[in-house]
Design a protein around this ligand. Structure first.
Ligand code: NDP
Length: 485
């Protein structure tokens, strides 16, 4: 046996990862359920490196050096279990099975347990960057045993993209940690995209700017604190035209149906956030905004009925318009900081819940390249956690506190303006509410506790003394101490 690593599941992602391994000097074993995918890879790209193709799983396994490193890149879900079940009887103690698909971290935890009981390592890893990243350098988020990372880490780091000489791949933590972090990455991606869409819609409708003019705005923004892949591609999308019905060029964004779709990782993030009790409002609003946009029939019915009225005057003029572009930029940046702060809180909550000990600064580091949310800004997050790994909130870091503080007047102006114009900004406004919520001493929660005690005897704590209390609402109105005396 001479292969360093094997890849099974050779659709777009698997094929490109296999080529990436081979291009980086690793002897790469290949297997796919449907043989033609193996043949095509060898035919088209066989000269890119040293491949060992197999026609059956047994010879694929036999072609690998020990401990065997086998990366599964099949459809997430049942297919992954099916492939694991086929593989396991052929493996020996210490072999490493890697799932690079978009698995739910609960499935990864279950699979890791099952394989550990058989003396095998199971590494659930996030792979971000899509097809292009898989080939030229993805961001890789591997979870699993530390021991398996010793044997696997160097190979993964060699194919990951590097930023300032540091590979965008590091050990994340035990069992489901890698897939959990990848899930939060995708959730943040949802939030980031929603915020950019709100900025675009506000400037388009509020100031009447054209997509081409807005492409220039985003290009300018991409030279400052907002510099990121998502801002860069926003300008590219806004610049793009296609022939419309009469053949003349129309901005592509006006030809695309205004209904956002989703594959489900944003939903997973929010479901998990609800279970962990972490307020990731930015991600939740982004997922719900896609759902609302996708409720096409309902939106059409409401628009056709014309009964839900909006404010008069739909755009800004004169002094009102002055400085509005910069204000929207500030609001976007502040809201983005909040979305990331919430995402990192979620990583911490998952890490606490499952005992993963995830290094948040290291996660910011490996997201700087390869992945969709890659951005300059992640350097700032890394620096913040380098200074204080136990920051209660990213918003408390000196740099971020100043960033949101300096932006707050603009932020409030933008949200107030959007509300007045009747333009929905769920991302901007919920981020601002979160910021104010975190900052203020009282949130109305005391009243909620009073209500809960009245209708359900759910008890409350007091500000002036320790203990748990209940008021005898339907009795004599006196207060009882409920905890152990
Ligand atoms: P697909 O998700 O389309 O999966 C196709 C591959 O799965 C084929 O190789 C197919 O084999 C194999 N497969 C499906 N069912 C079985 C089964 N029961 N037994 C054995 N093999 C099976 O491929 P992608 O390349 O798009 O994605 C692979 C994984 O990577 C997925 O989990 C995806 O979520 C994840 N991912 C994808 C990204 C992307 O941008 N596409 C980005 C990051 C992660 P056959 O050829 O025989 O049909």
């Amino acid at each position: 046996p001479r292969a360093d690593i094997g890849v099974t599941g050779l659709a777009v992602m698997g094929r490109n990862l296999a080529r990436n391994f081979a291009r980086n000097g690793h002897v790469t074993a290949l297997y796919n359920r449907t043989q033609s995918r193996v043949d095509e890879l060898i035919e088209q790209f066989g000269d890119e490196g040293d491949f060992v193709p197999s026609t059956d799983l047994k010879s694929f396994v036999a072609s690998l050096k020990r401990p065997r490193r086998i990366m599964i890149m099949v459809k997430a879900g049942k297919a992954t279990d099916a492939v694991i079940d086929e593989l396991v009887p052929l493996l020996e103690e210490g072999d490493i099975v890697i799932d690079g698909g978009n698995a739910h971290f609960d499935d990864t935890r279950r699979r890791e347990q099952a394989l550990k009981a058989k003396g095998l390592h199971f590494v659930g890893t996030g792979v971000s960057g899509g097809e292009e990243g898989a080939l030229n350098g993805p961001s890789i988020m591997p979870g699993g045993s530390k021991e398996s990372y010793e044997a696997l880490g160097p190979i993964l780091e060699s194919i990951a993209v590097a930023v300032d000489g540091t590979p965008c791949c590091t050990y994340v933590g035990p069992d489901g940690a890698g897939h959990f972090v990848k899930m939060v990455h995708n959730g943040i991606e949802y939030a980031d995209m929603q915020l950019i869409a709100e900025a675009y819609e506000l400037l388009r409708q509020g100031l009447g700017k054209t997509p081409a003019e807005l492409a220039d705005v985003f290009r300018t923004w991409n030279e400052g604190d907002l510099e990121s892949f998502l801002i860069e591609i926003t300008a590219r999308v806004l610049d793009k035209t296609h022939p419309g019905a009469d053949g003349s060029p129309v901005p592509l964004v006006d030809l695309i149906v205004d209904a956002a779709e989703q594959k489900g990782t944003g939903r997973w993030t929010v479901q998990t956030a609800l279970e962990l009790g972490v307020p990731t409002t930015g991600i939740a609003e982004a997922v719900f905004a896609r759902s609302l946009s996708g409720s096409v029939d309902q939106r059409k019915a409401v628009q056709a009925a014309g009964t839900l009225v909006g404010p008069t005057g739909g755009s800004l003029a004169g002094a009102e318009a002055e400085g509005f572009v910069d204000a929207v930029r500030d609001a976007l940046y502040a809201s983005k900081v909040v979305a990331y702060a919430q995402g990192f809180d979620m990583i911490q909550a998952g890490s606490d819940q499952y005992g993963w000990d995830v290094d948040k600064g290291a996660m910011a580091t490996i997201w700087r390249g390869g992945c969709i949310i890659r951005a300059q800004f992640l350097n700032r997050i890394k620096e913040a956690y380098d200074k204080d790994a136990h920051l209660a909130s990213l918003l408390l870091d000196e740099y971020f506190a100043a960033a949101v503080g300096n932006a707050q007047d603009s932020w409030r102006r933008v949200v107030a303006t959007a509300v007045r114009l009747g333009i929905p900004v769920p991302g901007f406004s919920s981020a601002l509410s979160y910021y104010d919520g975190l900052r203020r001493e009282r949130l109305g929660a005391a009243l909620v506790q009073g209500q809960r005690d009245l209708f359900g005897a759910h008890t409350y704590g007091r500000v002036d003394k320790p203990g748990t209390f209940h008021t005898l609402w339907s009795g004599d109105g006196s207060e009882e101490r409920q905890d152990a005396h």
